[in-house]
Design a protein around this ligand. Sequence first.
Ligand code: PLP
Length: 373
Amino acid sequence: RGQRAHLLQLADAGTPRYVYHLPTVRARARALAAIKPIDQRYYAIKANSHPAILQLLEAEGFGLECVSHGELKHVFQHLPELSPKRVLFTPSFCPRSDYEAAFALGVTVTVDNVEALQRWPDLFRNRELWLRVDLGRGEGHHAKVRTGGKDSKFGLPIARVDEFVRAATDLGSRVVGLHAHLGSGVETAQHWRLMCDELAGFARRIGSVHTIDIGGGLPIPYSAEDEPFDLDAWAEGLAEVKALHPAFRLAIEPGRYLVAESGVLLSHATQVVEKDGVRRVGLDAGMNTLMRPALYDAWHDIENLSRQGGYAEAAFDVVGPICESSDVFGKRRKLPVSTAPDDVMLIADAGAYGYVMSNTYNQRAMPREDVIE
Ligand code: PLP
């Protein structure tokens, strides 16, 4: 709200446009950096890979977590001085060439299946590896973001940990990191405490592990009904579990928590239409610009930035220009009844999994991006 005039000005320069407020990213980074039991912090760049955000988080002491060769290249392009020791590579079903590139760069490589070691023994010989395990359950805000359990493609099932360690040892390699990430937007602070405890048990059994990585997944309050994440309870749980397992360094790799609330998506209303009693406002942004509502039924607050304060309201469905019935940002949203074409519309909390997932479906243009320092 404090940036309204500035945002209206940016919208004038063309929409759809993402805008990221860097002081918000910095504040979230510092809140996490203040949590004592955490020894290493990585930012999952898949959430938002804008160079200014990567540079800010690197300067705040975060390493970077990447999932593809493309993300690795992007990181070193924008942070050429970055030590590869501060970069994690956590791919899923990637081609051999991605692993080759990661080893050549000298970043820390995480593997999550035995078959990769068996198929490419030359590649994984004499390495220090991190192992991603599936603790047998998934959690998170939507079925499509749960990354553990039998139905999920991620992670080595715990029943195969010994087999993995034997295969690695046979290659002269050592498992030095143990990782799990069971989902995104998890609301129970105890989730990470439990995960850490379980991972520490396996780490002890493996013997060579020095770091336990409890992933990301921290939620943010997307709607007024959502409770803000209790960071203090989270930190307390981690302190307790760290005290039980002091031998291991503790790492985290959040994405959403650091960037979601820093970002808004600006668009212009294109048409306002009434059909069978339903009012719809159309935007020049669509599901190609921000996929989360179509992909995960995700909630984002929507505001008419041109008409703030004291307007009589009515319920509108907020839709985009894409030829799919899933191209809906929100149903029955309260907006000024006078909402009209050319009004500037704001979609809130769009800093994570927004621009990075955007595409040109229907030959629509990609959105633009700006940062507010
Ligand atoms: N780490 C891994 C391995 C992931 O798969 C993800 C998300 O997909 C993250 C971290 C970041 O998750 P979030 O943005 O929920 O913190």
